[in-house]
Design a protein around this ligand. Structure first.
Ligand code: MGD
Ligand code: MGD
Ligand code: SF4
Ligand code: MO
Length: 694
């Protein structure tokens, strides 16, 4: 990477979504003054979004956190005293070691939001060395279901090969143009479409970016994707469109599957999913007969309690059509030759971890490596299965982002001691005892995409100094590690942690920052040599270990939410394309583009409820109510409300608690129904009603 184009330096975008676009950054007088797209970016090829362009505004924001803060008033109130780093670390050390002594190491939880950089893995290392099995993460609604359902079904996590020669693509509950989900920058999908690949969209809404390039739109009822997939499997098998050779040689339980899906003919599935049977047939035929084809999947398939069978049904589609592990299908990218995450986090020093994790008491599925937030809060509030009294939150805003914000508030109030690191004071930070000011993208050397299964890691070099008292999370954790765990696993200089990872590649940190990207070797159809990594060595259409895992061997559709005549609409969510979750509503140029939280309705549904574009509407579920501004969208299915996720109001100020309840979608969600496998609550397809605010 290094210097390029007359004083611009190259880096990869980070901490604005999963990251991946290459940026050219101009630094003057120690400040980032300009960011441009980089035409030579291997993933983005000249693409950049407004978030990437605006990322420099975070650095010099007047209200950025600049000093460690110690609580002086009651929780929820912004009453603080500025303290030194030494004092902050002394207090954290004393409290965490005190808890370990009194209640055991598991009484301290380490909580992380969306993975942003190497800090997540350093946090897991700290938790392991401290002896706490409880790293709490949003993985219950984000990626763990896909990865682990993949491991149990075909032995790997199958991601769409957008660099390959796909001739058909299904965007299944993924808004790639707005989210660049799974590190798949939208530019790659656009290139495949330009080459003539066919496009099928499965989503209650048809976003503008796909309209001109679309072949088939399946406007699915929120939460019913499993029924749709089973209907498509039925069509593919009954019309004998499956890949007979692959199925015979490499699939376990095809006969059982064939019998099982007889019950899911398109006519029967149609009223559940709200799509005409002919369209289900047409989509199934297109996908099965246009090879290679890839499914690009998003959060919608996993933010539901029945995510395990839903994801399995999609992997079954990939398998029976012969699209698994082929170029242009759904693949397992090879990883670059770097230190493996398990070694980096020192998991071998904590062999009893999985047995001790809070979720193991609820019988979640093996291989889930982080604790679902639902079980963490139950432990804090009820003391079951054991007490959790301390927590360290890093790069997360759970009061807004975890399902059931009321329960999160209760847990935050109940915890004896809360530490939180962020770049800005958030609603959650108002409940912390100590707030730590973090350095962020551009201000320290970081590695992007490590351990995410995307087949590459990206260099994010330090380009400017952070404000004098802001520390990179990696440095904070390194210092804490030296104090509360065996110091021999930590360093004088926290950058040695990055060097550990690069060791096997034979690269120094400087060399890696120069190279920019390390990619694994692409190798298809690996199963031909060594089979699939499952108990039967085949893709398990029928799960051979179902009984032992306590799950059904074939994906079965059962409605999750009973119908309720008081709540006739179905609510679901999507991300704001111009913000990351709850982050950056305080970045001026982005906020100018999206001033209010908006909820979407179709014209017909809006008419039915007597509401107009621009009205402030109340959205109510059995769990709570919030308001959003109404936007009417003709491409949204009737009777569905899409509510944008992540809203609070930084401009209102911390004294007013940022009005964090007012428009926060997770005031409308609950953990009363949780999926057994991953402890996932329902975020897609929640019964609700709306009315105009008087
Ligand atoms: N209803 C509903 N709920 C959802 C979702 C949904 O679709 N619907 N989506 C879910 C998903 S997929 C996810 S991943 C989660 C996300 O949940 P979170 O990860 O909790 O959400 P973020 O808003 O990304 O929180 C990140 C915080 O990190 C801070 N931050 C940014 N950079 C840094 C840094 O360098 N260091 C530190 N210490 N902090 C930093 C930001 O300021 C922000 O406050 O939300 C989940 N919740
Ligand atoms: N701009 C931006 N980019 C992001 C993020 C962000 O917050 N903002 N977050 C990052 C993270 S952590 C993640 S996990 C990814 C998520 O990336 P995506 O999965 O693409 O994100 P979402 O917007 O949650 O959902 C995608 C689509 O699902 C549709 N949908 C809603 N309910 C259903 C349903 O029941 N079935 C189907 N089939 N579709 C449904 C929505 O209308 C939306 O178009 O994005 C990453 N990138
Ligand atoms: S799409 Fe994502 S990686 Fe690309 S510039 Fe925008 S925020 Fe950064
Ligand atoms: Mo996510």
């Amino acid at each position: 990477m290094g210097k390029d184009r007359k004083g611009y330096q190259r880096t990869y975008c980070g901490r604005m979504d999963h990251g991946g676009c290459s940026l050219l950054v101009k630094v003057e007088m120690g400040k980032v003054v300009e960011i441009l797209p980089d035409g030579e970016g291997p993933l983005s090829r000249g693409y950049i979004c407004p978030k990437g362009l605006a990322s420099k505004e975070k650095l010099n924001h007047p209200e950025r956190l600049k000093r460690p803060l110690l609580r002086k008033g009651p929780k929820g109130r912004p009453e603080w005293e500025e303290i030194s780093w030494d004092k902050a670390l002394d207090i954290i050390e004393e409290r965490f070691l005190g808890f370990r002594e009194k209640f055991g190491p598991e009484s301290v939880a380490f909580c992380h939001g969306m993975p942003k950089g190497l800090d997540l893995f350093v946090m897991i290392r700290l938790a392991n060395l401290f002896g706490s099995p409880n790293v709490v993460m949003v993985q219950d609604v984000c990626h763990a279901p896909r990865e682990i359902a993949g491991l149990h079904t075909c032995g790997f996590y199958p991601v769409a090969d957008l660099k390959g020669p796909a001739r058909a693509l299904i965007l299944w509950g993924s808004n790639l143009s707005g989210t660049n989900e799974e590190g798949q920058v939208f530019r790659l999908l656009s290139e495949r479409l330009k080459e003539g690949a066919r496009l099928i969209v499965v989503d209650p809404i048809l976003h503008r970016s796909y309209k001109d390039r679309l072949d088939i739109f399946l406007p699915v009822n929120p939460g019913s994707d499993l029924a749709l997939a089973l209907g498509m499997i039925n069509v593919i098998i009954s019309k004998e469109l499956y890949d007979k050779e692959f199925v015979t040689k490499w699939c376990h339980g095809f006969q059982e599957l064939k019998e099982h899906v007889r019950g899911y003919v398109p006519e029967k599935v149609s009223p559940i999913v709200g799509i005409p049977p002919e369209l289900i047939q047409q989509a199934a035929i297109t996908y099965a007969t246009t090879k290679p084809a890839a499914i690009v999947w998003g959060n919608a398939i996993e933010q539901i309690p029945h995510n395990f069978p839903t994801i399995r049904s999609l992997i079954i589609l990939m398998a029976i059509t012969g699209n698994l592990d082929i170029a242009g299908g759904n693949i397992q990218p090879g990883e670059p030759n770097i230190l493996r995450p398990g070694e980096f986090v020192k998991s071998r020093l904590f062999p009893e971890k999985t047995k001790k994790m809070l979720n193991s008491y609820y019988g979640t599925i093996p291989r889930l490596m982080t604790v679902p937030p639902a079980y963490f809060r139950k432990a804090v509030i009820e003391g079951k299965p054991y007490k959790v009294v301390g927590a360290y939150f890093q790069a997360t805003n759970p009061l807004i982002t975890w399902a059931d914000s009321r329960l999160t508030e209760e847990a935050l109030l109940k915890l004896d001691f809360v530490v939180l690191s962020d770049v800005y004071l958030t609603p959650t930070a108002l409940y912390a005892d100590i707030v730590l000011p973090a350095a962020t993208q551009f201000e320290f050397n970081d590695i992007g995409h490590y351990g995410l299964g995307h087949g590459f890691i990206l260099a994010r070099p330090k380009l400017v100094e952070p404000p004098p008292h802001c520390w990179p999370d990696i440095k904070i954790l390194n210092e804490l590690g030296r104090r509360i765990t065996d110091p021999k696993y930590w360093y004088e200089d926290y950058e040695d942690l990055l060097k550990e990872i690069l060791g096997p590649a034979g690269l120094t940190l400087e060399e890696f920052m120069e190279v920019g990207i390390l990619e694994g070797k692409m190798d298809y159809q690996k199963y031909k040599k060594r089979g699939f990594k499952t108990p039967t060595g085949k893709v398990e259409l029928y799960l051979s270990r179902a009984e032992e895992l306590g799950v059904s061997p074939l994906p079965e559709y059962k409605p999750v939410v009973p119908s309720d005549s008081n709540y006739q609409l179905s609510m679901t969510s999507m991300k704001e394309p111009l913000f990351l979750h709850s982050s950056y509503r305080w970045v001026p140029s982005l906020r100018k583009l999206v001033t209010y939280p908006k909820a979407l309705l179709s014209p017909k549904t809006a008419d039915l409820y007597g509401v107009k574009e621009g009205d402030e509407i109340i959205i109510e579920t059995p769990y709570g109510s919030i308001t959003h501004i109404l936007e009417i969208n003709p491409d949204l299915k009737d009777d569905v409300v899409i509510v944008k996720h992540g809203w609070w109001y930084p401009e209102v100020g911390s004294k007013e608690g940022y009005h964090w309840k007012k428009s926060n979608i997770n005031m409308l969600t609950s953990i009363n129904i949780l999926g057994k496998e991953f402890g996932t609550p329902n975020l897609r397809g929640i019964k609700c009603k709306i009315r105009k605010l008087d």
